[in-house]
Write a protein that binds this ligand. Sequence first.
Ligand code: IDP
Ligand code: MG
Length: 154
Amino acid sequence: MSQNERTFVMIKPDAVQRGLIGQIISRFEDRGFTLVGAKFMQIDDELAREHYAEHEDKPFFEDLVSFITAGPVMAMVWEGKDVTRQVRNMMGATDPAEADIGTIRGDFGLDLSRNVIHGSDHEDPGANEREIGLFFDEDELTDWEQIDEDWLYE
Ligand code: IDP
Ligand code: MG
């Protein structure tokens, strides 16, 4: 497989509760990306603090930790060409009120602290690998080739 960039994506507790898992996964499948890992789980306090460590000094940090641990999430690893940046484009701006219509946050969210989805920051080199490692062991990721790859990629 030549397009082996991977990124970490998480459907947040608000979207799980609102029954949006299927619609969100469909968007990534429709785009052509390959699902290589998935885990339906509830994040504990320690993992939440580690995952969002870059925000620990922000005023919203404690609320963010409470929110992300309040219910189950769908943690995933997606693979494909330029996937980290493309997933961020598909997610839209952090605040759903500012996100373009057609993006996941713009179509499914209204409030900054209930913004539906997380994706690794493409402007932070290594964020994707770091976050994948935080949520998945190597043997929980599956290498496979989609049958449409010859038609998806030149
Ligand atoms: P991102 O999720 O688009 O990468 P970040 O700035 O990394 O945005 O923030 C991480 C998460 O923290 C956001 O997705 C959102 O859930 C939450 N967050 C960010 N800024 C605020 C805020 O000002 N108030 C409340 N929550 C916030
Ligand atoms: Mg971020």
